[in-house]
Design a protein around this ligand. Structure first.
Ligand code: SAH
Length: 373
């Protein structure tokens, strides 16, 4: 079936809503396409894995989660081994990353004993998968009963260790286009046929509180993205870390600020037209790490990075872990493990476009992997 022929319930609803109330922002479109309680992408589709639409670093190689698990244990030691703390994952997907983290953390039973595990997840079907996967872990790697939260703000206060992989890229962004007369917000309206979604521009200029570069410095047609939801969450995280202590590790594909349209849809491991069949395709935008770091620093926190994912993993022990893992394995198995390690770290694969940012309580030393060289 072609993309256009497939009209989803969400698309029908958005079309009538837009006909009644006018065009909507890219952020509202993203929020509905991904998070609508019934027809949203994460609520209704098999998103992650070979049978799904995309795959992620922890799904490719266990080394990713194991090294992050050791990184978290190291951070806990730096924090003075608090006897209780919140181990938080934002957007845990199928629970693979957390299972690998917990397995690696068995090295320090005190860490597992002190941890209250919080999974921030909006999708009921993914919560179910996370529960199943964590239940299947050996008892020694299941420190505590996991707790689920809808939002980071719902978590009871305590020192925090937070991890988020490919979570911030799902948070809604707004887009602004340099038009003839200055910046205009890029909106989603209904085409002349009255039956399809299409991009359009706002008639009025954006309100002055939206920080955009001077229009005359940008080419006509240039697009700037503002991820207010991500920056707000980074600020909330930093405030919690300042108050209660701890660190957050944010890994995602993104850039350190700049101009460009990064909104993209993916379905069955291929790019997909962003406005087609909303709710049936994954929709993401590159993370503006400079904006997250700025929000964290404005809230009184420390920010380290962003560092390319490959370099971060190498600095925290990728080569050593790989060597251990392949020891004694058949040639075929060793090649499979080495290929996974390469995919998550090589510059031409996920090593460069993905980046790691650490937000920290300001009293802690430079985090492992982020030290100046
Ligand atoms: N971290 C996982 C999965 C990434 S996919 C991995 O690396 O494999 C994004 C995850 O974030 C999914 O679990 C999705 O359901 C969740 N998610 C997306 N938007 C969310 C939101 N606003 N609140 C809570 N969870 C969200």
């Amino acid at each position: 079936m072609t993309a256009k022929a497939e009209k989803t319930p969400l698309e029908e609803r958005l079309i009538s809503l837009i006909k009644a109330n006018g065009p909507i922002s890219v952020a509202d479109f993203m929020a509905d396409a991904l998070g609508h309680p019934h027809d949203g992408y994460y609520m209704s589709q098999t998103a992650i894995g070979a049978d799904g639409d995309f795959t992620t670093a922890p799904e490719i190689s266990q080394i990713f989660g194991e090294l992050i698990g050791l990184w978290l244990v190291h951070a806990w030691l730096e924090m003075g081994e608090p006897s209780t703390f919140n181990l938080v994952e934002l957007g845990p997907g199928r629970g693979v990353l957390m299972a690998d983290i917990l397995r690696a953390a068995q090295l320090r039973p005190g860490f597992l004993k002190a941890a209250t595990l919080w999974l921030v997840e909006s999708s009921g079907r993914l919560r179910h998968e996370q529960q199943k996967r964590l239940r299947d872990q050996p008892a020694s790697a299941r420190p505590v009963k996991p707790l689920w939260a809808d939002e980071f703000a719902d978590i009871a206060p305590a020192p925090f260790l937070i991890v988020a992989n490919e979570f911030f890229d799902c948070l809604p962004i707004r887009q602004f286009e340099r038009a003839g007369s200055g910046w205009r917000e890029r909106l989603i309206g209904v085409g002349k046929d009255g039956a399809s979604l299409e991009f359009t521009l706002a008639e009025a200029p954006p309100p002055p509180d939206i920080e955009l570069p001077p229009a005359q410095q940008c080419e006509p047609g240039a697009i700037v993205e503002i991820g207010a939801a991500g920056a707000m969450l980074a600020g909330d995280i930093a405030r919690a870390l300042v108050e209660h202590g701890g660190r957050a590790l944010i890994v995602d594909y993104g850039h350190a600020g700049g101009v460009g349209d990064t909104l993209q849809a993916v379905r069955a491991h291929k790019y997909w037209p962003v406005l087609d069949a909303p709710g049936r395709a994954d929709l993401t935008a590159h993370v503006d790490f400079a904006a997250l770091a700025r929000a964290a620093i404005d809230a009184g926190g420390g920010a380290w990075g962003p560092l390319p994912q490959g370099r971060f993993l190498e600095r925290i022990g990728l080569a050593m872990r790989l060597e251990r893992l392949v020891a004694g394995k058949s040639d075929e198995e060793a090649a499979r493990i080495a290929s996974g390690a390469r995919r998550i770290s090589a510059v031409e694969e996920m090593g460069e476009v993905f980046k790691a940012l650490c937000i920290s309580s300001p009293d802690l030393p430079p985090p492992a992997g982020f030290e100046a060289l």
